[in-house]
Design a protein around this ligand. Structure first.
Ligand SMILES: *Cc1c(COP(=O)(O)O)cnc(C)c1O
Length: 435
């Protein structure tokens, strides 16, 4: 499969190039030149297959022959060796838990798959691969733990000072080895802008072999399609044919992958994008005007994104057709106050402790059901383990949270981070000097 840029449909690059370059020169995003349609027999019989078998079939359709079958299978088995269970809260509402990987967030799917793809394509004797990543909290942990110890790679993570939780910061800053953390005195958008500028800096690119690990990388988008097929398989096994997915959204990579799965033939009835008050996309769906704003800090800080970078991919999949897009995607926005109520409701009604992002998805799934009654199964995605967001969760509910084993061990490790102002020259110098 070849990939084009959303800004230039005549461009064609290989999968390998799309993975290592992450962003085309024209600042568009890479997309497969053709969205493959999956075999109807496969889609009809989804419940017959394991998660890994589904993942292989979907990945193979997008990637083509650029990775031989045997290697692709091995890569998937190694990267995605954890569960993503669908838990029913009631007969027609379920939560898809995507936080059972090493960093306790759904970003493990993307980061682990991508790290292994990059490892696979890196040949002996190549220059060190420098992975630059901006994080609002969860990306960095997933990337750090995904790349930790991967030979031939070095990871530099930029995170906004004071805007990530304790477990998140520990996952970013306690690794050592080939992982470096930079604590930026600014917002996530500032971190992202610094990274983008580095990628567009020719001088820097001559000295370092830079690559991105952000959710814009096509190798992160692809594995996020797998669990939509998996969730559908589990529903279908129970006789349920119709599903509405509600996705807590920030950079819109997760829901973008869901829409890609839909375009590949997964029979999804509707998607709901659930956001916090960073509501650029909900406003766009309402007014037709795309007006990014600086991000605002909220309880659901992994979704504090003012200008969602994956949105152009979604518009590309719908050929900029606003009407078609709105027929398939709805969106709802929630304040911190409402998010807290959502968390209480989940705890009080279902004895379920959710992180704030997940609670926002729950609220939006309920709201959509109210606005669109029907017999479909409502599946909302749980994107992080609640232990990553202690400040956001009420004390009583948090007491019911069982800390994963790994999280307990982090607290004793020393913090290794470099503080930095929002200043591109300082960042560039750091990269060149510490080489
Ligand atoms: C990253 C993240 C999101 C947002 O996902 P996008 O793909 O950026 O829309 C939601 N919840 C959690 C916990 C996250 O880490």
């Amino acid at each position: 499969m070849k990939f084009y840029s959303t800004n230039n449909k005549d461009l064609r690059v290989s999968f390998q190039e799309a993975v290592f370059n992450s962003l085309p020169q024209d600042k568009g995003l890479y997309m497969p030149e053709e969205i493959p349609k999956l075999d109807p027999y496969f889609l009809k019989h989804l419940p017959m297959y394991s998660f890994q078998e589904i993942a292989f079939t979907v990945a193979k359709a997008i990637i083509g022959n650029d990775i031989p079958d045997k290697d692709l299978k091995a890569l998937i088995d190694d990267a995605l060796n954890f569960d993503s269970p669908l838990r029913f809260l009631s007969a027609d509402t379920a939560v898809l838990e995507l936080f059972h990987g090493p960093s306790y967030a759904f970003k493990d799917f993307g980061a682990r798959f991508m790290s292994r793809v990059m490892g696979y394509f890196s040949k002996q004797g190549d220059d060190l691969l420098d992975v630059l990543v901006a994080t609002s909290g969860d990306t960095g942990g997933a990337v750090a733990l995904g790349f930790l110890g991967v030979e031939g790679t070095r990871v530099t993570i930029l995170y906004p000072k004071g805007k990530v939780s304790k477990v998140q910061e520990e996952q970013l800053t306690t690794n050592g080895q080939n992982i470096r953390a930079i604590e930026v005195d600014g917002t996530f958008d500032d971190c992202q802008a610094l990274v983008k500028q580095a990628f567009n800096d020719q001088e820097l690119n001559q000295s370092l072999r830079l690559t991105s690990a952000n959710s814009i990388n096509i190798a992160r988008l692809i594995p996020q399609t797998f669990y939509y097929f998996w969730a559908y398989a589990q529903l279908k096994a129970q006789g349920q044919q119709e599903v509405v997915f509600t996705v807590p959204s920030g950079n819109f990579g997760n829901i973008g992958a869901g829409l890609l799965a839909y375009k590949m033939g997964l029979p999804v009835t509707h998607f709901v994008a659930a956001t916090n008050v960073n509501d650029t996309v909900p406003r766009f769906l309402e007014t037709g005007l795309y007006e990014p704003k600086p991000s605002v800090q909220t309880l659901a800080n992994a979704m504090d994104v003012g200008n969602p970078s994956n949105w152009v991919r979604i518009q590309d999949m719908f050929q900029q057709d606003q009407v078609a897009l709105k027929a398939m995607v709805s969106s709802y926005t929630y304040t911190d106050e409402e998010t807290k109520q959502g968390m209480s409701e989940l705890f009080d009604s279902f004895n379920y402790v959710a992180c704030p992002h997940t609670a926002i998805a729950y609220l939006a799934s309920q709201q959509y059901r109210k606005d669109h009654p029907g017999t479909y199964a409502s599946v909302f995605l749980s994107t992080a383990h609640p232990c990553k967001f202690p400040e956001a969760i009420a004390e009583e509910a948090f007491k019911a949270v069982k800390l994963p084993k790994g999280a307990e061990l982090l607290a004793d490790k020393a913090k290794l981070a470099t503080e930095m102002p929002v200043d591109y020259q300082v960042f560039k110098t750091y990269l060149l000097v510490n080489n």
